[in-house]
Write a protein that binds this ligand. Structure first.
Ligand code: ZN
Ligand code: ZN
Ligand code: FE
Length: 755
């Protein structure tokens, strides 16, 4: 009995070895027909013995090529055509259409690694080895369709042996666009040395304590021996990065396990094809790597070069931090890198293959709600994260901090790589490039485009939106976008939920600085703000976000019997008194419900009285102090009156304990427990009042695992369902997705009511 099937496969199915895979699979089952790249993905016609056709379909679903991601598979019964064999046909007219998803960059695969270290392979030791299952993608694509002349490999014509592999449907390198070998492809250099000699020299220098600039997939890294405090200190000094933790690259899984506590979930993140930096509790103390922080961020080697460096003797744990001075974007162009990194690196290990766009390492962690992405970039971008029903294209510009953009085309939301803080001019340039890039790749018609930006009128991204010529431009409130990002990920745009958004700063409906908000509603109908933190004042505006004692002056202004905080044990500096003066004179003070500033206040009261050197530092410091305390500490009181969550009793109790000499870590923990219980109490009351049983948590504050885990436990005890972000960060890196979601429901003018 002979039968035939026509299959349409959608998802990440082009540029990932799908057609040769299908070709080999069809041959192994003795089937006939064809496979081709079509506008919407890959089409397959198979015919032959009925059981063989069924097995083919099963195998395709169960074991697709490792780098592919099948979003959906349509199968139709068709008439057998009597084909003589199975062939790979030319792409349909127009080639890969813009709806085809662009593959993220992929780590070197097992087959290529085997060749890399084989004594006889012609690519032995070649740092640019790759195949259809692995290698760079997004970071080398100049335009679509994805073909070698439109990648940064266009300057290296294939030698005859590479060309033969590229053209052989049975070969692992059939149509592998970046394919190359030592004879025809790019090389790595360190000074005069090339490839093996260069990489050996780099490994030796790292062992000797030097700081190296190493060209990677999406930009340059600065690398040094993580176990050499002098090297780490030199890197900090040169990079002007005083305290922010450095990421590590471990030689192998064994080494990673010795550095951090890895749950099974964390381990599968670490070895996943995105190869992100995984943040987990440290098992060792590495001087200078992550000061005052109980976590370490570790990733595994992902490019052939990394594997070679370790094989040639580089230290087993390397600091691998993006090569920039603080807050500049990652360096990715060679001339620029050499110029900018001149004083930072002792030597440069430079690969010749150009990088089309900067893509940082991604950062992930695991919480009681599962894996969470903290920074979405290499290995994820520019993947689709959600389906959003919109007939027209949408470009959501995100916020000014931790910026990402989201493009919605044909109902799918593509989220860009993490770009950074738009206040930095180079980041702003990268942001503009990414807007141009993604809209061009997906052939977006600007005359149809809906542009979405944050409601903050002074955000760089908001001002930029006004310069664009699109069909329509709308603003979305910051914290509603946070909540909506979770619902977009969960594909639940019509679900009514209780949304809880806690973060540092966002522009509120009333122009105040919001940051601890409770909403009821859905993405489709809009979100009503039903409760919030009791407003405090913030003296001096933006500077208050950098000086915890300045935020403290505002949050403590309404507390009775306040002791002299410039005396022991608090020892607040003069800035505190100046801030108090502003409040007394009613000068330059702003109302705020910022949870971030509440954390800053608690941190200041426990001794963090200096200026912060990176965003969120004081809160992270407080969390890590709390984690060192015994877990059975009672929380401080934080009453809720149906509309406002009152922080004053919590801070008063904290001050009391501090004066009484209670250990700092215990106080920090009592603060966390009190806040978790306070939020949980408010949620319970609001959920029952609004008749809701799903709670959505988003905003940067929920990256605090101690707070999140405690809160989730409290809410689950009451049988509430808790959702948070998984695919995009809960911090402002997820804003653009939420903005797009709030603008996408059909049947509205673009924006639902209540925004
Ligand atoms: Zn490979
Ligand atoms: Zn070659
Ligand atoms: Fe935010």
């Amino acid at each position: 009995m002979s039968k035939a099937r026509l299959l349409r496969v959608h998802g990440v199915v082009q540029g990932v070895g799908f057609r040769p895979f299908v070709y080999r699979l069809a041959h192994s089952h003795g089937l006939r027909g064809w496979v081709l790249n079509a506008g919407e993905g890959v089409q397959i016609h198979v015919e032959g013995e009925a059981p063989a056709v069924d097995r083919f379909v099963q195998d395709l679903q169960a074991h697709p090529p490792p780098a592919s991601r099948i979003a959906d598979l349509e199968i139709a019964a068709v008439e057998p055509q009597g084909f003589a064999g199975f062939e790979i046909r030319d792409s349909e007219a127009g080639g890969a259409a813009p709806t085809v998803r662009i593959s993220p960059d992929l780590p070197v695969c097992a087959s290529c690694l085997e060749e890399l270290f084989s004594f006889t392979d012609r690519r032995r030791g070649y740092p640019f080895i790759n195949c259809t299952d692995c290698g760079p993608r997004y970071s080398i694509i100049l335009s679509l369709p994805y073909d070698r002349p439109r990648t940064t490999m266009r300057d290296w014509p294939l030698c005859s042996r590479c060309a033969a592999e590229y053209e052989d449907p049975a070969d692992r390198r059939f149509h592998a666009q970046p394919v190359a070998c030592p004879d025809c492809g790019p090389h790595f250099h360190l000074g005069e040395a090339t490839d093996e000699a260069a990489i050996r020299d780099a490994a030796r220098r790292l062992g000797a304590g030097e700081v190296l600039a190493v060209k990677g997939i999406g930009g340059y890294h600065l690398a040094c021996d993580a176990r050499n405090p002098a090297a780490v200190a030199a890197l900090r000094e040169r990079k002007f990065r005083k305290e922010k933790p450095f990421a590590l690259m471990a030689r192998d899984l064994e080494t990673a396990r010795s550095l951090i506590e890895l749950s099974a979930e964390a381990e599968s993140l670490l070895t996943s094809s995105a190869r992100p930096v995984v943040l987990a509790p440290a098992r060792v103390v590495l001087e200078g790597v992550a000061p005052e922080n109980g976590d370490l961020g570790v990733m595994l080697p992902y490019s052939p070069l990394h594997h070679l460096l370790f094989a040639y003797g580089a230290p087993a744990a390397l600091v691998m931090t993006s090569a920039n001075r603080s807050s500049e974007p990652i360096a990715y162009e060679d001339d620029e890198a050499i110029e900018r990194l001149a004083g930072l690196a002792d030597a440069f290990l430079i690969g010749e293959r150009p990088i089309a766009r900067r893509v940082d390492d991604s950062v992930c962690t695991v919480t009681s709600l599962g894996p969470a992405v903290l920074r979405r970039a290499r290995g994820y971008a520019p993947g689709a994260v959600a389906k959003l029903p919109s007939a027209r294209p949408i470009l959501a510009l995100g916020g000014d901090l931790k910026n990402t953009i989201t493009l919605v085309v044909n109902g799918e939301a593509f989220v860009s790589q993490h770009l950074g803080d738009l206040g930095n001019y180079d980041v702003f340039r990268a942001f503009q490039e990414t807007v141009r890039d993604l809209t061009a790749m997906y052939e977006v018609e600007w005359s149809e485009l809906l542009i979405v930006h944050d409601q903050h009128p002074q955000y760089v991204s908001s001002l930029y939106a006004q310069t664009l010529t699109a069909a329509e431009t709308v603003a979305v409130q910051h914290h509603r976008a946070h909540v909506a990002s979770v619902l977009a990920e969960h594909g639940a745009l019509d679900r009514r939920v209780l949304g809880v958004a806690f973060d540092g700063t966002g522009y509120g409906d009333d122009g105040a600085i919001w940051g601890s908000e409770f909403f009821a509603g859905s993405v489709q109908e809009g979100f009503a703000r039903v409760a919030h933190l009791r407003p405090a004042v913030l003296p001096g505006g933006d500077a208050a976000a950098r000086h915890p004692v300045q935020a403290a002056a505002g949050f403590l202004a309404g507390i009775a019997d306040l002791p002299d905080l410039t005396a022991a044990p608090f020892n607040f500096p003069r800035r505190y008194l100046q801030a108090r003066e502003l409040i007394e004179k009613n000068l330059r003070i702003f109302p705020t419900t910022s949870a971030g500033r509440l954390f800053d206040t608690a941190a200041a009261l426990l001794g963090f009285t200096r200026e912060i050197s990176f965003e969120g530092q004081a809160a992270i410091w407080l969390e890590h102090r709390a984690r060192t305390a015994r877990p059975d500490v009672d929380g401080y009181p934080m009453p809720f009156d149906g509309e406002e969550l009152d922080f004053r009793p919590l801070l008063a109790a904290l001050i009391e304990d501090r004066r009484a000499g209670r250990p700092g870590p215990e106080i920090a923990r009592a603060f966390h427990h009190g806040l978790a219980a306070g939020i949980a109490g408010a949620v319970l009351e609001l959920a029952s009042r609004e008749n809701l049983d799903i709670v959505v948590l988003s905003g940067g504050v929920f990256q605090n695992r101690l707070l999140l885990d405690r809160l989730v436990a409290l809410l689950r005890r009451e049988s509430l369902t808790v959702w948070t972000n998984r695919e995009v960060p809960a911090n402002d890196g997820g804003l653009s997705l939420g903005q797009a979601a709030l603008s996408s429901p059909p049947g509205t003018a673009g924006v639902p009511p209540g925004i």
